[in-house]
Design a protein around this ligand. Structure first.
Ligand code: SAM
Length: 493
């Protein structure tokens, strides 16, 4: 493609939110689409000189995966760039013709926000809003004040948002057919900005996120080196069921630069119970190296002198010995409801489960001598962020000579006794890390975490686990902090 030289003044560029996508980034965006229909109705809103449509055309011509026709609709407000846009489109016609694809286009020299809002709201009598199978977008970004024309237009279709780019995406989303795909490059601010909460809700309720891509350098994505926004590329599909997992990738943004990618549970990116609906984007680079390090682990739990067993107290078999509250002659009984972050919260009198069990001849065989134990939940719900949830039983916190671990827990021990503390804390970090959780999900598939699964997992050697344990200054670290610590020690082996 010829690169059109557009000499707009800086202030005019800012007014239009005009920052053109560099060709390698446009190509990369085009490569993110999934399978396409034979006839693609394509939308390029805020088309500039047409580099995104051009990249999409290249993808279809090269891939030859069944696309026979591309019907393109382009919106561009800047009269001065229209000649370049028309020229790019004529090139697309020729390239497509050579590949046996029919390419047609309509350029609307109009305000996308005002025109589409009116059409969606039904204000323009007799004109239904158009529908699209595919949209590719680098929308303009500029704040829009509460009483601006753009804001009023968006409000008329129920979109309340403070930036042009989120307005564009909200409208584009409404024009997609079910299963229609959108690849967009936008500032990253919508992922966690408090003002973008209504936008996030709208976006996540109508679009299924399939992939997010971030750049290591802030300036990488654009030709214009004064753009200091952090950008993100997303691939989303019109629909209401978020996937179980999505791909997070990152690259330098330079041509031919490496792309690192990793798969994350959706619940880790948008936490199911987060009312703000923040979109968390973990770092993929450290993740990829940790995953590699994990694949090299050779130690079995047995070689560490550690055993994992299912909690021995089956409550309905020992019904008569259970007590709601601790009393004389009882010892603590631990259920998953006693997990409280990284440690145990006991007793939990408001819980429905008993907190204690009688310590007598009948129950003693099912109890363990007090000590440092690592506990994991056997059952997690599908919505839970993690499949592996480990917490530390600390005898300094729960004073007793014997304890009962209920059957919904697994406990790590040393021949029926407690573990050495740094080893237990190291295991705590390892099992609570994202890489291990992911690795585990891959081989287990179901939501149960049985003792056998934990027994077959490969572990770091004892020294590495102890070093992790020593490095954990508190059990109350964030997921990111645990991940960094575990990655550091796995890579240092
Ligand atoms: C960030 S640039 C991206 C251009 C092109 N898609 C690319 O990726 O190189 C956004 C474009 O949207 C245009 N634009 C701004 N406001 C618009 C509006 N309300 N309706 C249509 N186009 C608009 C700008 O003139 C600019 O060319």
């Amino acid at each position: 493609m010829k690169i059109a030289v557009i000499e707009n003044s800086r202030s005019r560029q800012e007014e239009l939110g005009q920052f053109l996508t560099a060709p390698p980034v446009a190509d990369f965006m085009a490569s993110m689409f999934g399978p396409l229909p034979r006839t693609v109705r394509l939308l390029d809103a805020g088309a500039g000189a047409g580099s995104l449509t051009s990249a999409f055309v290249s993808r279809c011509c090269e891939k030859r995966d069944g696309v026979r026709a591309i019907e393109t609709t382009l919106y561009e407000l800047d009269g001065e760039i229209l000649d370049a846009l028309a020229e790019t489109m004529r090139e697309c016609v020729h390239r497509c013709a050579d590949a046996g694809i029919r390419f047609t286009f309509t350029i609307h020299s109009a305000d996308f926000i005002r025109e589409m809002s009116a059409r969606i709201a039904g204000d323009l009598f007799g004109t239904h809003p158009p529908v699209f199978d595919v949209a590719i977008a680098n929308p303009p970004y500029r704040k829009i004040s509460t009483d601006s024309a753009e804001r009023r237009a968006l409000r008329s279709v129920g979109v309340e948002t403070s930036n042009l780019y989120t307005g564009f995406i909200a409208l584009i989303q409404r024009l997609l057919v079910p299963g229609g795909q959108l690849v967009g490059i936008t500032p990253r601010s919508f992922c966690n900005g408090p003002y973008f909460r209504p936008f996030r809700e709208d976006f996540l309720s109508q679009l299924e996120l399939r992939r997010l891509h971030v750049f290591d350098s802030r300036q990488a994505a654009f030709r214009d080196d004064s753009v200091l926004q952090e950008n993100i590329i997303f691939h989303a599909v019109k629909g209401r069921n978020q996937p179980d997992e999505l791909i997070i990738s990152s690259s330098s943004g330079e041509h031919g630069g490496d792309v690192t990618e990793a798969t994350f549970p959706f619940a880790e990116i948008v936490h199911p119970r987060d009312p703000e609906k923040f979109i968390h984007i973990p770092s993929t680079a450290s993740h990829a190296t940790a995953k590699e390090a994990l694949s090299e682990l050779r130690h079995s739990l047995a070689s560490l002198g550690v055993t994992v067993s299912t909690g021995r107290v089956v409550d309905f078999r020992l019904k008569d010995a259970l007590r709601k509250e601790p009393e004389r002659g009882t010892v603590p009984l631990l259920y998953p409801c006693h997990f409280n972050g990284g440690t145990v919260h006991w007793p939990k009198l408001e819980a429905r489960k008993p907190n204690a069990i009688l310590d007598n001849d009948e129950t003693r065989p099912w109890l363990v001598p007090s000590g440092v134990y690592l506990l994991t939940k056997r059952f997690t719900s599908k919505e839970e962020r993690r499949r592996l949830v480990a917490c530390l039983f600390d005898p300094d916190e729960v004073k007793a000579e014997w304890v009962g671990f209920e059957n919904h827990l697994n406990y790590f021990h040393a021949s029926g006794h407690g573990l050495e503390r740094t080893l237990a804390v190291g295991l705590y970090a390892f099992l609570n890390s994202t890489v291990v959780d992911q690795y585990f999900r891959r081989f287990s598939g179901h939501t149960q975490v049985n003792a056998t699964d934990l027994r077959t997992l490969a572990y770091p050697d004892r020294e590495t686990l102890q070093a992790m344990g020593r490095d954990m200054k508190s059990l109350d670290l964030s997921q990111d902090e645990i991940d960094q610590l575990v990655t550091k020690h796995l890579n240092a082996r």
